[in-house]
Design a protein around this ligand. Structure first.
Ligand SMILES: Cc1cc2nc3c(=O)[nH]c(=O)nc-3n(C[C@H](O)[C@H](O)[C@H](O)COP(=O)(O)OP(=O)(O)OC[C@H]3O[C@@H](n4cnc5c(N)ncnc54)[C@H](O)[C@@H]3O)c2cc1C
Length: 383
């Protein structure tokens, strides 16, 4: 089955069989063999194989707003994190700098024990192995894992976020970095998340005794204030342009086909860049599968077989086809965007932004509570 059909099928199955119980069931982690109480759509939504609008619209077809309100709020957490980070790109820059600066810590025993599931905390060891095997952890388990990493194992949050980003099939720079900061008490300053033995045993399918967690730790502190940088959406000149689709917005190629006016179309494959950052094998395999499907789609819909893997290939095609502007579906903060930023001085690159993102991201100026107040406006516009 192609990746889009796979995602639509999952959306339909979840909506039909489990969405109705989502609000009451979502916090339970029943283990990797029983993942029906949440949607399991994140790896598709991260790559926009299906997008947030489609997910919300599909949920609406099944139930009343009241019944699916919690689910919609969760889908919009992703949108909130995206907008929040787009307006504070320095958070990502500092994080990536910190990850590099902390490279020495990765050689030390406490970090090695954590990523090899050899700590004294049995549940944590189980989750480490589960993450590496399945490329997924339940949301509640991600919260416990991050909390134990930071407050009981006393490891830097940045290295935990780095570990997650490279092993999660849904790994997303905004949701991941900012969730780790939220757990550490850096997002809502002074408010951290402490995992506790009773909570783990209530919501996890496997029961654990004598965990010896630090349930009274103080929160992490940093002396930085990240100012908002207003969002800027670029004007696009389609003259002599090459549109490069990518796997962080798969469905862009489908959704906007009728309005795109580029001279040439193709795909950019970021896997070699992610490989340099040591992304896990099964994550790269998923991305390859999405790339293959995207390639087929571009051939069918745009009659093109252009694939770009690096700067040299990009320069070659620019010369061959006399390209003035490279256009990409908006690349949000992350390593893929970092790569494009390095070539922006030499090549004219523009990002094309979806209306949904343009509308929603500016609401992410403060905390999620303030963002949530805007949900009725978002629903009214996009439903
Ligand atoms: C430390 C930590 C790291 C995380 N890293 C990521 C990440 O890299 N990528 C990622 O997509 N999510 C991340 N999350 C959020 C969340 O855990 C996953 O989105 C969710 O577990 C995916 O499972 P699901 O598709 O069954 O979610 P459902 O509960 O069915 O939710 C539906 C969709 O809403 C979105 N969503 C739900 N909860 C959240 C949330 N808290 N934040 C952002 N989006 C949400 C996802 O797109 C998800 O597919 C992280 C959470 C924590 C605590």
């Amino acid at each position: 089955m192609n990746i889009r059909d796979e995602a639509l099928n999952q959306l339909e199955q979840f909506g039909e069989n489990n969405l109705g119980l989502y609000a009451t069931e979502r916090n339970f982690d029943y283990g990797p063999q029983k993942r029906t109480n949440t949607s399991n759509l994140s790896k598709y939504i991260t790559h926009r194989v299906i997008d947030e609008e489609e997910v919300i619209q599909s949920a609406y077809k099944k139930f009343s707003f009241k019944k699916i309100e919690k689910f919609i709020q969760e889908v919009l957490w992703r949108t909130y994190w995206k907008g929040w980070l787009e307006m504070r790109p320095q958070v990502w820059r500092d994080y990536t700098k910190d990850v590099l600066a902390l490279a020495g810590e990765k050689q030390k025993q406490p970090y090695q024990d954590a990523i090899n599931g050899k700590t004294s905390i049995s549940c944590f060891n189980d989750w480490t192995k589960e993450l590496q095997e399945y490329g997924y952890l339940h949301n509640h388990t991600r919260m416990w894992f991050a909390s134990i990493w930071v407050f009981t194992l006393n490891l830097p949050w940045q290295l935990g976020a780095d570990f997650f980003l490279k092993y999660l099939k849904d790994g997303d720079a905004a949701s991941n970095t900012l969730s780790w900061r939220w757990v550490a008490g850096l997002h809502t300053k002074g408010k951290h998340y402490l995992a506790s033995e009773w909570n783990i045993n209530k919501f996890s399918s496997k029961k654990y005794n004598n965990l010896k967690l630090n349930e009274n730790a103080g929160c992490c502190i940093e002396n930085k204030n990240y100012e908002i940088i207003p969002l800027q959406f670029e004007n696009i000149n389609y003259e002599n342009s090459l549109m490069l689709f990518h796997n962080l917005d798969f469905s862009f190629a489908l959704k906007y086909q009728t309005i795109l006016q580029c001279n040439h179309y193709g795909m950019i494959n970021f896997n070699s860049i992610l490989q340099e950052h040591n992304y896990a094998k099964n994550v790269l395999e998923l991305k390859s599968k999405i790339n293959q499907n995207l390639q087929t789609l571009i051939k069918e819909k745009y009659n093109s077989e252009i694939i770009i893997h690096n700067k040299e290939e990009l320069n070659k095609i620019i010369k061959e086809k006399n390209i003035s502007t490279i256009i990409l579906p908006y690349l949000t903060t992350g390593y893929e965007n970092d790569f494009i930023s390095t070539i922006k001085n030499e090549i004219n690159v523009k990002y094309l932004t979806r209306d949904y993102d343009k509308f929603c991201w500016p609401f992410a100026t403060k905390g999620y509570f303030a963002f949530k107040e805007q949900i009725p406006k978002i629903i009214a516009k996009f439903l």
